[in-house]
Design a protein around this ligand. Structure first.
Ligand SMILES: Cc1cc2nc3c(=O)[nH]c(=O)nc-3n(C[C@H](O)[C@H](O)[C@H](O)COP(=O)(O)OP(=O)(O)OC[C@H]3O[C@@H](n4cnc5c(N)ncnc54)[C@H](O)[C@@H]3O)c2cc1C
Ligand SMILES: NC(=O)c1ccc[n+]([C@@H]2O[C@H](COP(=O)([O-])OP(=O)(O)OC[C@H]3O[C@@H](n4cnc5c(N)ncnc54)[C@H](O)[C@@H]3O)[C@@H](O)[C@H]2O)c1
Length: 481
């Protein structure tokens, strides 16, 4: 049965049922199907999920012109030409095109081409291996149900906040007009990326952070460099502040943000970027003995722990292991392989930590690029996390501007790199790069961390001259002395 043709029938049976057709769910279905299992995906909104329509794609489409202009402004011969405001209608139109105008026909065609069925509607578990869609249609799974329902933005319990109908990441990535004054609450990834984009598009942006810096999950210098550059771009950054109350007298009117310091900020729009909550409150978790609204605890094969029979999987954002599209897709590949192995009765070696059925990289080698100007990118453990985990480490830092490739890349290049070395095994535990054009450098570090490549061998991985990658040589030289 083709994706667009799935029709009503009582108790339809599939090998695998996938709840949620985000990047993760699509890939679980793809992997299971590729292994010869029949699969159906249930989706209540758009096939492609948050990433395609309200997260990765629109945010990066908004940010790409910002980065390109910032880089051109630092290249002699282009500076003057690039020192112009962004063409806002063109940027927004480009964003709209990248999200396919919030239509999922292309993604449905892709499912269709694979032979995976799609059922539109809200799916809920109804006991072991059963899913009911919109309270009517019943699907049963011979082998597994994979919950891939993702996450949504969380609103902190601040008086007046919900009533003020603030922007969340959805509105921040899909807005059709530029607010004159925008207050952003939260100094994590969404906060800094959206402050960067809307400031460049013309908003007067105030970024409110309750901690003492930005991007707290990365090495501290990442937050420092991004904060410095946001301030230069004209973003008002206030750290160590807490929002006490929010007021909006009339829908669409100005919003007043009251801080614990007693200060008041009036803006046209307010973006809350304070983290995520799982979309599990209404998916029937109680019918299989789990608490509605909870993150799903899973083992390394992505199987939910504590469910009798081992048929339930939790993949992607919903398990809180690493809230990133590429990690969700990685988990989907692992879960798909584990589901098909178990369906065939092939034993899964729990001890094979880098084997086909263990999402080990979730714990040891998660890469992430923050698309600010400068970009911030990291993989693996920070120095603090490695120390906390009990490793005997050595930390090597390098000023990126001292690398020939970086100074050619942009005038007055600013950036920094760090590697965290496990002294006992002499392999990399983590790496961080901050600077223009470093996003594509990250994968080299991911290979080194996931591959546990001995530093002795990395010495023979010669970076081309004159590229920013030569920072590898500087880091290794500093380590070897
Ligand atoms: C602003 C922003 C920017 C981001 N940028 C990046 C980035 O650049 N790179 C990156 O790697 N990550 C990025 N992320 C994170 C990324 O979006 C998520 O990690 C990713 O979307 C998770 O995929 P998922 O499939 O697990 O969940 P989702 O993408 O959330 O998909 C879940 C799907 O399940 C459906 N669903 C939910 N409940 C039900 C139900 N009961 N029945 C049927 N269907 C249901 C939903 O409608 C949705 O389509 C960003 C996030 C945000 C908020
Ligand atoms: N480029 C990318 O890879 C990218 C881009 C955007 C989002 N994402 C993913 O999406 C997820 C969500 O991003 P996010 O920025 O919403 O979450 P986050 O967890 O990265 O950051 C949220 C920030 O809000 C702060 N905060 C929490 N409660 C608060 C409160 N009441 N008042 C003020 N501050 C508060 C936290 O201390 C934290 O610094 C992230 O885990 C990230 O991995 C990835």
């Amino acid at each position: 049965m083709a994706a667009t043709e799935a029709t009503q029938a009582a108790d339809e049976a599939y090998d695998v049922i996938v709840l949620g057709a985000g990047p993760t769910g699509e890939n679980v279905a793809d992997r299971a199907h590729a292994a010869g299992l029949s699969a159906v995906v249930v989706e209540s909104e758009l096939v492609g999920g948050e990433c395609s329509y309200w997260a990765c794609m629109p945010s990066k489409a908004l940010l790409r012109p910002v980065a390109a202009r910032a880089e051109a402004r630092r290249v002699p011969g282009l500076k003057e030409a690039a020192d112009v405001p962004l063409d806002v209608p063109a940027v927004l139109a480009h964003r709209d095109e990248f999200v396919s105008y919030w239509k999922d026909d292309g993604q449905v065609r892709w499912l269709d081409s694979l032979g995976i069925d799609l059922v539109r509607g809200h799916g809920r578990l109804a006991g072991p291996r059963r899913v009911v869609v919109d309270g009517g249609r019943v699907l049963t799974a011979r082998h597994a149900v994979a919950v891939c329902t993702g996450s949504r933005a969380v609103l902190p319990p601040v008086p007046g906040l919900a009533e003020a109908r603030p922007w969340t990441s959805r509105e921040a990535t899909s807005a059709k007009t530029v607010p004159g004054r925008l207050v952003v609450v939260g100094g994590g990834v969404v906060g800094v990326e959206m402050a960067t984009a809307w400031r460049a598009l013309g908003s007067s942006v105030t970024l409110l952070v309750r901690g003492d810096g930005l991007l707290p999950r990365m090495e501290p210098f990442a937050g420092h460099l991004v904060a410095e550059s946001l301030a230069e771009a004209g973003v008002f950054l206030r750290t160590g502040v807490e929002v006490r109350e929010v007021r909006r007298e009339a829908p669409g009117g100005p919003v007043t943000v009251l801080l614990d310091s007693g200060d008041e900020i009036v803006a046209d729009e307010l973006l809350i970027a304070t983290g995520r909550t799982p979309r599990t409150e209404d998916i029937g978790l109680d019918t299989v003995g789990l608490a509605p609204g909870s993150w799903l605890d899973v083992d390394d094969s992505l199987r939910v722990t504590g469910v009798t029979g081992g048929w339930l999987y939790g993949v992607g954002d919903v398990n809180r292991r690493a809230l990133l599209t590429h990690q969700g897709k990685y988990q989907a590949r692992i879960a798909g392989a584990a589901i098909s192995a178990r369906a065939r009765g092939v034993p899964i070696l729990e001890s094979d930590r880098w084997g086909a059925h263990a999402a080990t990289a979730d714990r040891l080698a998660v890469p992430q690029v923050v698309f600010t100007d400068p970009e911030a990118a990291s993989v693996g453990l920070t120095a603090a996390a490695a120390e906390q985990a009990g490793y005997r480490t050595r930390v090597i830092d390098q000023d990126l501007s001292a690398v020939a490739g970086a100074s050619l890349y942009a005038d007055g290049y600013r950036g920094r790199a760090r590697m965290v070395v496990d002294l006992d095994r002499e392999v990399l535990l983590g790496a961080t790069f901050v600077g223009s054009g470093i996003a594509e450098l990250l994968h080299s570090a991911t290979v080194a961390v996931a591959g546990e490549v001995p530093l002795e061998r990395l010495w023979h991985a010669v970076p081309s001259y004159p590229t920013i990658s030569e920072v590898w040589l500087r880091l290794l030289e500093a380590y070897r002395g």
